[in-house]
Design a protein around this ligand. Structure first.
Ligand code: ADP
Ligand code: MG
Length: 431
């Protein structure tokens, strides 16, 4: 029981790192991974869309209330929409800690935009897709509002089940798409795309028809769909989501919202896109860890876990839990470790005030245990480690590693196996 609770915590943590990929869950294309995918703000995604000839409304971006007011006047629009920029959906139905309801506001009077922006900027917005405490809003988008006569949902995403990209659409788009997927799944249409062939005309038209676009709007929507697919390919996206893809009473098909996620493996050829990542909404420890090629996941206990491999991370968390302790985090070293990475890892772990003990659990296959041991002793000395350290090393070059640790004269508790290590780590805190 207890053991499975820890892995649930880990799974939850892993899942949170991919929360921007809820879509995969939403449409039963489940995926679980500890990767961090680049995720841009709506206004950045819309700039990319504009460059691909996708129709979006005119907009400006503002960081202060006075800039927002200025932008609203400059738009000279019949109606203005003010949208908080955070990396999560559900903003329309969200709530600010300033008391303001809704992260998306429509107004005909540009002079109130400043006041509204004042209740958004610097405040946290909580939506269905954010953590409970919400996400602080640093930027707002000031856009020309348009009448929307109908809202549809459209996305293109990579789907394992289809071994490639798939279009997903629903004629019932807008703020309640999760509800639609759950209660009326027959209103969700899927269309797998042949990666070699691209989106065929008949497929684009069929999707446009399924989305409920009629007459001249059908071919306009099909054209938008093809342009969105071109964008998907051009920027190496893993997901392009438009909710709502709407139609206006004047007969225009417009992308009113935009969410694009990118494949990190393509970073080398998408320099301009990746340069837009401001990382301001990422966990600073995770970001720092990623710089050193380390994976860090924060949890809420007090024993830091320093491991190699996700499987070992879960097992370590489970065993700590089994012996009555609680993991504070885990830091996954991966393979091909350098001494400096071990040092950086310790620096990150010890900077966390919650951490009362550190448990190292390394199974050296590709990893050379002696490198880890040297990294540990260097870190202990230079960082003047104040918390108990329990080390369990096994595998390649372990005898040499044990010698390095025991000859170091440092107060390191060595453990014979995982069980012993977990018991000792838990006991070290109880003392
Ligand atoms: P979120 O998905 O985060 O709630 P959206 O950008 O989809 O944010 O906005 C929520 C709702 O606000 C939309 O479904 C739409 O009804 C309305 N809306 C958004 N942009 C505009 C716009 N430019 N003109 C008119 N209404 C809009
Ligand atoms: Mg939306």
């Amino acid at each position: 029981m207890a053991a499975s609770m820890a892995s649930q915590a880990v799974v939850r943590a892993l899942r949170e790192t991919t929360s921007k990929h809820r879509l995969f869950d939403k449409f039963k294309c489940a995926r679980l991974s500890s990767r961090r995918w680049l995720n841009l703000q709506e206004y950045q995604s819309k700039k990319l869309m504009q460059e691909s000839g996708v129709t979006v409304q005119r907009f400006y971006v503002a960081d202060t209330a006075s800039q927002a007011l200025e932008a609203a006047k400059r738009l000279e629009a019949k109606e203005i929409v003010l949208k908080a920029q955070i990396l999560a959906g559900g903003r329309g139905k969200g709530l600010f800690d300033s008391g303001l309801k809704g992260g998306v506001h429509l107004t005909k009077d540009p002079s109130v935009v400043g006041e509204l922006a004042n209740k958004m900027l610097g405040f946290s917005l909580t939506t269905k897709q954010t953590p409970k405490e919400g996400v602080k809003v640093k930027t707002v988008m000031v856009a020309e509002a348009m009448d929307i006569s109908r809202e549809t949902y459209f996305a293109i995403l990579m789907d394992r089940a289809c071994n490639g990209p798939v279009m997903v659409g629903s004629p019932q788009g807008g703020v309640d798409i999760e509800e639609v997927a759950a209660t009326t799944p027959e209103l969700i249409f899927k269309e797998p795309i042949d990666i070699w062939e691209g989106v065929r005309d008949d497929q684009a038209l069929r999707m446009a028809g399924n989305l409920g676009f009629k007459g001249p709007l059908e071919s306009q929507a099909a054209d938008q769909i093809k342009r969105l697919y071109d964008l998907f390919l051009k920027v190496d996206a893993t997901q392009v989501e438009v909710n709502p893809l709407g139609e206006t009473p004047e007969g225009q098909v417009v992308c009113f919202d935009a969410k694009i996620n990118f494949d990190d493996n393509a970073e080398f050829r998408q320099k301009a896109v990746f340069a837009m990542d401001d990382m301001s909404e990422s966990d600073p420890t995770e970001t720092e860890a990623a710089k050193w090629d380390l994976k860090y996941i924060g949890l809420d206990g007090n024993i830091a876990c320093f491991v190699n491999g996700a499987g070992l991370a879960m097992a370590t968390c489970d065993i700590i839990d089994l012996h009555g302790g609680k993991p504070a985090n885990f830091l996954d070293l991966g393979g091909g470790v350098k001494e400096n990475q071990v040092y950086q890892a310790f620096k990150l772990l010890t900077a966390d005030p919650k951490v009362e003990a550190i448990l190292v659990n390394i199974f050296g296959g590709i990893v050379n245990c002696a490198i880890i041991a040297n990294g540990i002793t260097k870190a202990c000395r230079e960082l003047e480690l104040k918390v108990p350290l329990v080390v369990r090393l096994e595998g390649t070059n372990v005898q040499e590693a044990k010698r390095i640790l025991s000859e170091s004269g440092l107060p390191i508790t060595s453990a014979s196996d995982l069980d012993d290590a977990a018991k000792k780590a838990v006991a070290s805190i109880r003392k």
